[in-house]
Design a protein around this ligand. Structure first.
Ligand code: AMP
Length: 119
């Protein structure tokens, strides 16, 4: 998997374009999605150059994977979503409809989200 260093999330990580940061630590950056699909719609991305969940789980270190997923849970708790619940989603590749080729987890919440959409 060749990582495209010009993708928009790579530019955000390098500080070349702005984002509405919600959380940041050694392993992850979380920011508001530019086109929110729910009252809370945050994207959580790893700091490393991984194309997709497939790439991340194949080539990421245990520390990167643990650090990243702990950050996803922490963001949800800090946003007050843990008590009421929330949804996470990662689109992977062509059939997954992935648009930005830097691995990311969508975090949705703030209202009942209904049945899981698979369109
Ligand atoms: P995906 O289809 O899973 O790759 O989703 C990409 C997501 O990135 C979409 O929900 C977009 O609205 C979001 N997005 C694209 N550009 C930006 C940006 N500059 N800042 C925040 N979110 C973005």
């Amino acid at each position: 998997m060749i990582y495209d260093t010009t993708n928009i999330f790579a530019k955000i990580l390098r500080g070349e374009i702005p984002c509405a940061t919600v959380y940041e630590d050694e392993w992850a950056l979380a920011f508001n999605d530019i086109a929110p699909a729910a009252p809370v719609h945050v994207l959580v991305i790893p700091k490393g150059p991984y194309v997709s969940l497939d790439d991340f789980t194949l080539n990421g270190s245990n520390n990167e994977i643990a650090g990243f997923y702990r950050a996803v849970g922490k963001v949800a708790r800090e946003l007050g979503l843990a008590a009421t619940g929330y949804r996470t989603l990662s689109n992977t590749g062509l059939h997954g409809g992935q648009e930005v080729p830097h691995f990311h987890v969508h975090l949705f919440g703030g209202r009942p989200l209904g049945p899981m959409p698979v369109r």
